[in-house]
Ligand binder design. Structure first.
Ligand SMILES: [Zn+2]
Length: 512
């Protein structure tokens, strides 16, 4: 079974910020989760490098567009490396493999009569990289997103017959039994798309004559492919379209396109129409998440309140940063964050709940058994309760990208173990019944191991550390894969009697 998941390719006019971070972490968690479940995963991210906005930005810096893109693209790759993103591929739209794919698609659409030449005059926003209608502008005649005045442009362009796909798109989006059903999530966003689709579709500009920084049309070298179409095609380029037929057949269609809601229209209408035009299979799921506000206000460069991933990592560490951002915001909805909120969540979930569980267990083992896993009767009841608790909802929440709920499930499981410790009052057993104390600690360790396995997609490094701390045997990734495929705790448990408990006693220092 394969699983192909994508983030959007990010526009290189900006360095990675919290928005890029959120989408990419969510995709990474899914990719890791599916790998653990035995899927052959292809996880794609990359950079979108063409268009007049990029050419402008390069010019401002006194650089050639390619040079500028090379530098900016590296920043994304470095950031993803810092955040332990496990992408299988990183595509750049300035790569040769992408030129070939775009040219092929464009030629097919042209040959089918889906692209035609037309004179067009309109207000073009360089920020949006598209023509805006009068109704799209604010009172002053400015683009509401970019606060700049669109320029009146008249040019002869090639147009794509998007209008001819209205019926076919509506059918595929609304009919769940359609064999090419496109599942747009969340539901409210899908309803918006359907509502807009029902109003009808206009043919759209497919090329630009004034933009040089792009891919030329194979049948008219005076025009370049519209940057949006160019970008969308990356999703098939990366899995071998027009280069590696076997790879393409294996991974396409994509299982999940992930993105923020502002680019959902491009992905759920224009992209499927292009694919239909080229007679290629359609995406299975298109999932959009919301926007962030910081302390209730929109994040923007001009307000100077944009959060960068490096800051989150600096404050909380890589794994905690990964966890916090998905745990705090309901996936699919808009979310407000604040530094206080992040720190509170860190202290509650990580320092007090998970961190405390690990450190109190270690302390007992240190005091009474010299940091060795005691020889004791193996009781897996607590581990099985934790497992049962997680099986109820964690798995379906993960599979449905309800990552914030899955994070809650993890916390509930951790709480379950903490409550058991409160009930056992093991520190009292130290004097009265050391055998029972040994058995208690041994059972906590097994339960912690179950938690670690489920934590692995969110916090890969921390989960591995916990695995070491509890003296569990084998590589956690291998054990987890076996566990998720077989679905049962091995009869001997995970942590092994006699092994040393090693590693930091405090995984998450409290932040004041
Ligand atoms: Zn704009």
């Amino acid at each position: 079974m394969k699983f192909y998941i994508t983030t959007p390719i990010y526009y290189v006019n900006d360095v990675p910020h919290i928005g890029h971070f959120y989408t990419t972490i969510a995709a990474d968690i899914m990719a890791r989760w599916k790998r653990l479940n035995g899927f052959d995963v292809y996880f794609l991210t990359g950079t979108d490098e063409h268009g007049s906005k990029i050419a402008e930005a390069a010019k401002v810096k006194g650089k050639k567009p390619q040079e500028f893109c090379d530098e900016m693209s590296v920043k994304f790759r470095q950031t993803w490396k810092l955040l332990n993103i496990s992408n299988d591929d990183f595509i750049r739209t300035t790569e040769q493999r992408h030129f070939v794919a775009v040219e092929n698609i464009v030629r097919i659409l042209f040959d089918k009569g889906l692209i035609f030449k037309k004179k067009y005059e309109g207000m073009y926003c360089i920020g949006c990289e598209k023509f805006l209608a009068k109704k799209d502008l604010d009172e002053g005649g400015y683009c509401p997103f970019h606060k700049i005045k669109p320029i009146l442009q008249s040019e002869e362009n090639y147009f794509f017959r998007l209008s001819s796909f209205q019926g076919a798109l509506l059918e595929r989006i609304t009919d769940v039994s359609h064999e090419e059903h496109i599942d747009i999530q969340p539901e409210e966003r899908r309803n918006e798309i359907v509502g807009k689709l029902k109003l009808g579709l206009e043919d759209i500009s497919f090329s630009r004559s004034t933009v040089e920084w792009g891919i030329s049309l194979p049948f008219d070298k005076s025009q370049t492919v519209y940057v949006w179409t160019d970008a969308l095609i990356n999703y098939i380029t990366a899995v071998g379209y027009s280069k590696d037929e076997t790879k393409f057949k294996n991974y396409w269609p994509v299982d999940v396109h992930l993105m923020a809601k502002d680019i959902l229209w491009f992905h759920s209408v224009i992209w499927p129409a292009v694919l239909m035009g080229a007679q290629l299979p359609l995406p299975k799921t298109i999932y959009s998440h919301g926007f962030f506000t910081l302390n209730g206000s929109k994040m923007s460069k001009s307000l100077g309140n944009v959060i960068y991933p490096q800051e989150l990592v600096g404050n909380y560490g890589v794994d905690a940063a990964r966890y916090l951002i998905v745990a705090l915001i309901p996936f699919g909805l808009d979310g407000n964050i604040s530094w206080q909120g992040l720190t509170l969540k860190y202290n509650t979930d990580l320092a007090n709940n998970l961190g405390n569980l690990i450190s109190r267990t270690l302390k007992m083992a240190e005091k009474n058994f010299n940091l060795k896993i005691p020889q004791a009767f193996l009781n897996l009841e607590l581990a099985k309760n934790v497992e049962k608790k997680l099986k109820e909802t964690f798995i379906s929440n993960m599979n449905n990208l309800q990552l914030h709920k899955a994070a809650e499930d993890l916390q509930d499981a951790i709480t379950l173990v903490n409550i058991q410790i409160e009930t056992d009052v093991p520190w009292k057993l130290a004097k009265t019944n050391k055998n029972k104390l040994a058995a208690c600690i041994y059972s906590y360790l097994q339960a912690i191991d179950v938690v670690a396995i489920h934590l692995l997609s969110f916090m890969p490094n921390i989960a591995e550390k916990i695995w070491q701390i509890t003296g569990a045997s084998g590589n956690i990734n291998d054990v987890a894969r076996k566990y998720f495929i077989n679905g049962v705790i091995p009869k001997d448990g995970f942590s092994v009697s006699g092994r040393d408990l090693q590693g930091p006693k405090i995984l998450f220092p409290r932040i004041l």
